[in-house]
Design a protein. Structure first.
Length: 176
């Protein structure tokens, strides 16, 4: 359609608002092919990283609850959520804004792309969702720990330990 229009939006956190006002607009409404989305600057945020790590650990812990409920489709979506957190972490590692375009992840280093490719796609079967959760954790946790050290983020050790105990007790699985 010749008159079709699109909206490109970027959600920013309160910490970035002051720099956003000083820079180009992040919301673009235009005809397809006209204009470009302004480039976003990367803002390092140790607080956001810690929140992401805690959210990841919390989500891993929900594996037990959702398996006991038999909510296998939800667990397939949960794996995709964990992968999304991992991709965002990978962009934090290279201190580059993730962006909203499809395929943006291709800007990641080859090693990161290979790690993503090794994560199995979850199917609505108990063993499949467990394996996929653990595969994402094997990639996420060491990377998050290393980045946290680099950025001076205090690792949520108590939360990690509690998540490990919970998964061991409820499902007899060990986090990597």
């Amino acid at each position: 359609m010749a008159d079709w229009r699109r909206v490109d939006l970027a959600v920013i956190d309160a910490e970035s608002v002051s720099s956003w006002r000083a820079g180009p607009a992040l919301c673009v409404f235009d005809e397809i092919g006209v204009g470009e989305v302004p480039e976003r600057r990367y803002v390092r945020s140790p607080e956001r990283l810690r929140d992401r790590i805690e959210r990841f650990l919390r989500s891993l812990g929900l594996l037990a609850r959702d398996l006991h409920r038999g909510d296998l489709r939800l667990l397939c979506f949960a794996v995709e959520f964990l992968v999304d957190e991992l991709v965002t972490l990978m962009f934090d590692e290279i201190e580059m804004p993730r962006g909203a375009k499809k395929g943006t992840y291709r800007q990641l280093p080859a090693e990161s792309l290979e790690a993503l490719d090794r994560i199995p796609v979850a199917h609505p079967e108990p063993q499949s969702v467990i394996e996929a959760h653990l595969a994402v954790a094997r990639v996420f946790l060491p990377r998050a720990r290393a980045l946290g050290r680099r950025w001076g983020v205090e690792w949520p050790s108590e939360m990690e330990d509690a998540t490990r105990r919970h998964l061991r007790r409820e499902l007899d699985i060990m986090l990597p």
